[in-house]
Design a protein. Structure first.
Length: 380
């Protein structure tokens, strides 16, 4: 058995998505900026894809911009807000993805903004009273907070954060990479100026994503060049990627309830088996709490042991792909900034299991049994 439980890193492409993309690799190869027939048919397909995404998110196609993925969409939202709107202060958390953190820290280093970090507790729950305090002190602010944490799975209340931002006239960017395609986003209700998506996180192709940018905000391009994406993003479009992105989101919305139930079932099964079979095991953040964490992610913390350093390698030898990280205290090597910010004991082993619609209960049982064996706590 070979088990893939690293779906927060990337997901396998859905065959239905591939079938939608293939004609745009082989037959419809025109450049969408060309005005002849070969170009026009591809332009029409891109605009149809844009409309599909806009309809699913309850917004207008004019507010959807295609990018090379989540990182570029996050960068565009942040850099443009700071540079185009002249905002000089940003609020974020230490638990954000590097696509957000490193971008904000780069701007801070260059003296283009001052940066405040939201307080959070040991489980990674953000302090929204602190957000209100910071906003009261800093009227012109960009708030960048993720919807769900990619390492520990915590869901942040972006509806509440959006409302607070609106009350204070702050710009709100929500990194929705881990929730896009897994939860419904209704931009008629959500007070966010920017949200993002990355196709490879929901069974679409790699290297393509999108930015939703509120039409009320006049942003400028991050990538300069041609007039593609209504002058917002230069460069010939990743045509088959865009077709795949829209198809993948369409399928994700179509089958969401069924997949959510299946995946939550797998997660609950793993929680139950691991609790039963591995002594001293705990869960990071809100990972084990059903309504407060991504149903696709379970972050497990294992007691210190002589195999801690070799944990992922040991799983890999057993044909289990998962990811992990430690709360590296020295800062010398690539530890997890999220686990470190939560103050997790660096001697514990941490594994992030992340699930998809393709995983099975048999795979879960296999993984739980292998982990129990590694920790030599298997009941007789
Ligand atoms: C929360 C979050 N933001 C941004 C990204 C970056 O997305 P991409 O891989 O499409 O650049 C990721 C990818 O892991 C993520 O989990």
């Amino acid at each position: 058995m070979r088990v893939y439980l690293d779906n927060a890193a990337t997901t396998p492409l859905d065959k239905e998505v591939f079938d939608a993309m293939a004609p745009y690799m082989l037959e419809h190869f025109g450049n969408p900026s060309s005005i002849h027939g070969h170009g026009r048919e591809v332009r029409a397909a891109i605009e149809k894809a844009r409309k599909t995404i806009a309809n699913l998110l309850h917004t207008s196609p004019a507010e959807i911009f295609f990018t090379s993925g989540g990182t570029e969409a996050d960068n565009t939202a942040i850099v443009c807000t700071i540079r185009a709107l002249g905002i000089k202060h940003a609020i974020t958390s230490r638990l954000e993805h590097h696509a957000v953190l490193h971008t904000l820290q780069m701007l801070e280093k260059k003296g283009e903004l001052s940066l405040s970090y939201l307080r959070h507790n040991a489980q990674g729950v953000l302090d929204l009273e602190h957000l209100e305090e910071l906003l009261a002190q800093n009227p012109q602010t960009l708030v960048s907070v993720m919807h769900a944490n990619n390492e520990i799975g915590n869901l942040n209340d972006i509806e509440a954060i959006g409302t607070i931002c609106k009350q204070h006239n702050a710009v709100f960017h929500a990194d929705t990479v881990q929730t896009m395609g897994h939860y419904r986003h209704d931009l008629q209700k959500l007070n966010a100026n920017f949200i993002v998506g990355s196709a490879h996180k929901f069974h679409g192709p790699k290297g393509v994503g999108f930015l939703y940018a509120d039409a009320g905000i006049k942003v400028q391009p991050l990538i300069h060049g041609g007039s593609q994406e209504r002058n917002m993003r230069g460069g010939t479009e990743n045509v088959y990627g865009i077709i795949g992105l829209a198809k993948a989101l369409e399928i994700a919305y179509r089958d969401m309830a069924e997949h959510q139930q299946h995946i939550q079932g797998l997660k609950d099964r793993l929680i139950h088996k691991l609790k039963e079979q591995v002594e001293g095991l705990t869960f990071n953040g809100l990972s084990a709490e059903a309504d407060k964490s991504l149903y696709t992610v379970l972050s497990v913390s294992l007691p210190p042991s002589d195999i801690t350093e070799m944990l992922l390698f040991s799983l890999d030898i057993n044909k289990i792909s998962a990811s992990g990280g430690s709360a590296c205290s020295s800062g010398a090597n690539a530890g997890s900034h999220v686990l470190e910010a939560l103050g997790i004991d660096p001697n514990r082993g941490n594994i992030r299991f992340s699930f998809s619609k393709y995983n099975t209960p048999e795979e879960i049982d296999y993984v739980a049994a292998k982990l129990a064996q590694l920790y030599k706590k298997v009941p007789a």
